[in-house]
Every structure is written in C-alpha cells, then in structure tokens.
Design a protein around this ligand. Structure first.
Ligand code: SAM
Ligand code: SF4
Ligand code: SF4
Length: 323
C-alpha cells in the first residue's frame, strides 16, 4: 500500500497537480529537515551522534511556506530526542495546503503515546530503521534490546490501528544482503509497509559496509526477489526502478544525473540549507531568498531520496505511487 493510496481521489489529483507545478516552477518537491544531530545510537556508518551540541532551530515553517514541498521529512540525528518534535510537526501541518509529513527514527524512543501524538500532529509516516531480522540490529545501532523493542512494538501498533502510519526502513549493505528477504517477510508479517535504500560510505568515509564486486550477483538476485515481493505483497514502498538500480550503482560506485538541490533539499538543525545531506550549506533559513540550486556533478550515493527523485515520471511510476 502506498502512502497516497490512503487519500481520496480528489486529494491524490491535487497532489499530482502540485507535484507537476513544483517541477515546472523549478521548486523542490521534497524538503528534509534534520531537526537535531544528537542521537542515542552509536552507528559506525554515521557520525551524527558524535557532533557537538548546538542551538537548534525551533520553527522550520518559514522554509516550508517558501518552498511549498509535497513531502516533508523530519529526521536527525534521532528526532525523537527533541522534546518539541510533535510541535514541530503540528506547525508544519497547520500551514495552508497539503503535504505528506514523515519522520525517521531508530525506534528506541517510540511509544504508543508518541505514535498517537505524531499522527494527530499530521505525521502520516513514521519510519523506523531496521536492517536485520534479529539482534544484529542492536549491535549495529549500539542499543541493546532494540530489535526486541521494534519486533514487539510494530505488530502491537498494527493491532492498535496505527499500521498504516508506520514503515520499516532498511538499507542494503554487505552485512544484511543474506537476510534482507527474511526481513521483508518478517515486516510483511507485522503488517507494516517497507522502504529500502542503499548504503553510502559518504557520511564518515566508512567503506566497510559497501557491496564489493563479488556481492553484485547476489545483490541482483535479492533485488529481483524484492521486486517480486513488491508485486505480490504491495507493502514495499520504493519503486521497481529504484530497487533495480541498486546493484548497478554498487558495481559502478557512482551514477550520474543526481537532482539534489533541484528536486529535493535538506535543512540542518541550525537552519543551514544544503542540496543534499552530504553537500555543504548554500543558504540559511533566515535568508531563504538567497537559495539557488546549482547543478551537482556528484553521483556518489544511491540513497532512496536521491534515486527516487531522478526516476523517470512514466505512467507506470504514477500508477506505482498511487496503487
Ligand atoms: C540519518 S538517519 C536519522 C534518523 C534515525 N536516527 C535513524 O537512524 O533512523 C536517517 C536514515 O539514514 C540511514 N543511514 C544512516 N547512515 C547511512 C549510510 N551511511 N548509508 C545509508 N543510509 C544511512 C538510517 O538507517 C536511517 O534510515
Ligand atoms: S543512523 Fe540514525 S541512529 Fe544511527 S547514529 Fe545516525 S542518526 Fe543515530
Ligand atoms: S549523489 Fe547526489 S544526493 Fe548523493 S551525495 Fe552526491 S549530491 Fe548528494
């Protein structure tokens, strides 16, 4: 089930219209706000948890009003560490117009009250990271008990009626290639939507989790199986085109055509606007009119946020998105 399929036909058509309007106006359709860099995990592929504490922006709405995106993602660091996370979402929801609001979390701080409050505040998708169907998830994040928490909490939330608001997010890497199909079945068994992305070394130059050449044939098989599961189970949210390009990206190490800054942008916890999470700041939320997208020559990641935005807009893509 895609996120858009929960909406009525009229809203779906409005969103499609707004999507093409932003594209024609050269305005990003997706804005991601990294509301904090603080984190309760210690992943070895992400340096955010090591960052110094800084003063964090309280109100991101000027940027949302300015860019008018269709998708707003609230991320971090661990966004649930911010006491005002619900308030941040609510203020964005209360702006005129409609937009999808998602939040990304490692899941440790989630509880039923927070799921209810975030849902009430307009968040239609709470994405919980999970790369393994077992305790390797605890080791990866440095949080003992994390997999147990995720694997009991998610089905419990489905039973309580929040299933459509939750997603599991998995990135493909060397360590989980053999377990990803099992994980897909587990997540399907919980009754939850599943999103996929692919590993990037760029956050802290850690090559250890990349897919080396000898893993590529296996990656192709895994991806084909995910595509088949996507067709039968209908709970895999990323497009076939995105999935099928993961092995090609891993084999080549880079792919051209990134639309960072043009179709999607990032705003960090201090209000600095970046074309993508790995590029330097080019403007600040206090001077939005100074933002200008520059063509990027980098092709070094295949994050879903990158890959999905450069997929061709074909009738199949629109159908995939709405079905
Ligand atoms: C930066 S995290 C922030 C939200 C939250 N702390 C979490 O981990 O879910 C956002 C997403 O990026 C993913 N991520 C972090 N480092 C990554 C890397 N080096 N390559 C690919 N994805 C990465 C995480 O697994 C998560 O799904
Ligand atoms: S990936 Fe998420 S959970 Fe891991 S350190 Fe980075 S922000 Fe924290
Ligand atoms: S390919 Fe694009 S999104 Fe990825 S790191 Fe480079 S500029 Fe950023």
């Amino acid at each position: 089930m895609s996120l858009a399929s929960n909406l009525g036909l009229r809203k779906q058509l409005n969103i499609v219209g707004q999507f093409f309007h932003n594209r024609l106006a050269g305005r990003p359709t997706a804005v991601t706000i990294e509301i904090t860099k603080r984190c309760n995990a210690t992943c070895d592929f992400c340096p955010y948890w090591e960052a110094d504490e800084v003063e964090e922006v309280k109100d991101f709405t000027p940027a949302i009003k300015y860019f008018k995106p269709i998708w707003v993602s609230i991320t971090g660091g661990e966004p649930l560490l911010r006491k005002d996370v619900v308030e941040i979402a609510r203020k964005i929801r209360d702006l005129p117009g409609f937009r999808f609001i998602s939040i990304y979390s490692n899941g440790w701080l989630l509880n039923e009250r927070l799921v209810g409050e975030l849902t009430e505040a307009g968040v239609s998708n709470i994405q919980v990271s999970c790369n393994f169907p077992d305790e390797r998830q605890d080791q990866e994040r440095g949080i003992p008990g994390l997999y147990k928490k995720i694997s009991t909490f998610m089905p419990e939330m489905v039973r309580k009626g929040y299933g459509a608001n939750l997603t599991v997010g998995t990135f493909l890497c060397q360590e989980n290639l053999d377990s990803v199909i099992d994980l897909a079945h587990v997540v399907r068994g919980w009754g939850i939507n599943h999103s996929f992305s692919s590993y990037s070394r760029l956050k802290n130059d850690n090559h250890a989790h990349e897919l080396p050449a000898e893993y590529i044939p296996k990656a192709r098989k895994v991806v084909e199986e995910l595509v088949n599961l996507r067709r039968t189970h209908k709970n895999i949210l990323v497009s076939e085109e995105y999935l099928q390009t993961i092995p090609e990206f891993s084999a080549k190490g880079q792919l051209p055509g990134c639309t960072a800054g043009d179709k999607f942008i990032y705003i960090d916890q201090q209000g600095y606007i970046k074309q993508c999470p790995e590029l330097p700041a080019v403007a600040h939320i206090s001077k939005l009119e100074e933002y200008q997208s520059e063509a990027v020559s980098c092709g070094l990641c295949w994050y879903a946020c990158r890959g999905e935005h450069q997929s061709s807009i074909s009738p199949r893509r629109v159908r995939e998105w709405l079905e």
